[in-house]
Design a protein around this ligand. Structure first.
Ligand code: K1U
Ligand code: ZN
Length: 171
């Protein structure tokens, strides 16, 4: 397994639309395992392939309390969204140290393939619903800061660019 490098906002590659996985083969299983290691190693509860610069529809998540229930979603599609909406605090491994509230559907049902290529359905509520919608946005090339006001987004962008410049200088 390998730790993958996570793209940081405002990297333009984060706006790439991912394509469907044609076949769940050894290459995809290796990607899934590397993504899980990267997510756990970064203290995240989710990770989309887009964030590691692979533009295929693959998501890993683990919203369990003990961080011992990995979920793999390949070619995920939302088949039902609740009318009820919920406002939740979100973070993103591609936008470190930035947290803000985003409104999303309170519950969703998602159909996807698992690591073995078998179809399954996920009935998601609470943090799992927030996380799966956040990750599916990544696959469409969207980052959660796009839900914030233009003023907040510009400040985040400036702060992230400054941090990237400082990190480069410190090398
Ligand atoms: O996509 C990512 O960058 C991962 C992201 C997923 C996510 C979780 C929860 C809300 C929105 C998005 C994270 O793992 S953020 C870091 C985190 O561990 C966390 C954030 C908020 C609540 C619970 C956990
Ligand atoms: Zn994210």
């Amino acid at each position: 397994m390998a730790l993958l490098s996570i793209l940081r906002y405002p990297d333009p590659r984060l706006h790439t639309v991912a394509r469907a996985v044609a076949q769940v083969d050894e290459r995809i299983r290796r990607l899934v395992d590397d993504m899980l290691q990267t997510m756990y190693g970064s203290d995240g509860v989710g990770l989309a392939a887009t964030q590691v610069d692979v533009h295929e529809r693959v998501i890993v998540m683990d919203t369990s309390e003990q961080h011992d229930q990995p979920l793999v979603l390949i070619n995920p599609e939302i088949t039902w969204r609740s009318a009820e909406m919920a406002l939740n605090e979100e973070g993103c491994l591609s936008v470190p140290q930035v947290y803000d509230r985003v409104e999303r559907h309170a519950s969703v049902i998602v159909r996807a393939l698992d690591r073995a290529g078998r179809a399954f359905e996920l009935d998601a509520q609470g943090l799992t619903a927030v996380c799966v919608q956040h990750e599916m946005d990544h696959l469409l090339g969207h980052v959660f800061v796009e839900y914030l006001s233009p003023l907040k987004r510009d400040r985040i962008r400036t702060r992230m660019l400054k941090k990237a410049r400082e990190e480069l200088r410190a090398r």
